[in-house]
Unconditional design. Sequence first.
Length: 260
Amino acid sequence: MSETGGVREVKSAARTVELLELLAARGDRPARLQELADELGVPRSSMYALLQTLISRGWVRTDVTGSLYGIGIHALLTGTSYLDSDPRVRAARPYLDEASEALGETIHLGRLDGRDVAYLATRESHEYLRTISRVGRRLPAHAGALGKALLAERPDEELPEGPYEALTPHTHTGRESLAADLARVRARGYSVDREEGVLGIVGFGFALRYDSPAQDAISCSVPVARLTPGHEERIVAVMREIRTKVEATIPGGIGPVHWR
C-alpha cells in the first residue's frame, strides 16, 4: 500500500475510485470488462466483482446484455451535492445570470483542479445554442480563458514542462509560448482565448481573487463571427464589473470550509 499523508492507502478504495474516474472520463463510450481490467491492471474476476458491487449501489450501470459498463446515476447525485454544498458557487450564480442577461453570451464559472479546470456553473447563450462546456466537464488549463486566467495568478515556475495537448491549431503547446501569453494576461488583467480551446469561439477569463492564489474564475465565450471590437470592449467592461461584484459578495467569512 502507498502512503497518503502518513496513512496507508486502502487498496480496494483506491481501485474503486480509479474505476469510477476511468468510466467518467470515457463519457458516452461504455467499456467492456476486459478493457477495464487491462486499463487498471487487475484480474478480470476482481474487476467483475467490483463492477457488480457498484452496479447494485447505482454507481455503475450496465446494458441489457451485461457486457458494457458506464458511470451510474449516483455519480451525478454526488456531483450535484458538491455544487449545492459550495457557498461560493451559490453566491456567484445570480451574477452569472446578470452577465448572461447583459451580454447575451455564454458565461462560465470554473475551478482549477490540478492541470485542468472543472466547470461548476454555465449560463448558455440564447443566440448560440451549441454547447461549449457543461457543468462537470474538465478542460486543460492551458487551453482556455478560465485556465489561463488562473495560471496567470501563479509564478511561471509552477508551469509543467511541455509539450501540452493541442485542442485546436491555436492551442499553446510549449511552455515558453504559454508563459509569454500569461505575461500579457497579468498586464491586461484578464485572459483571452482566441480559438485555443474550441474553433470558432473566443473566451475572456477573469480570476476571482477571494483566494490567494485564485482558485476560481469566470469567463464569457462568444462566436468569432459575432465578436466586433465594440462587443469585445463591452464584454470586458461587463465581466470586470461582475468580477468585482462576486469578489465583494464572497469575503472570507462566506467561503467554504478550507478542505484539504
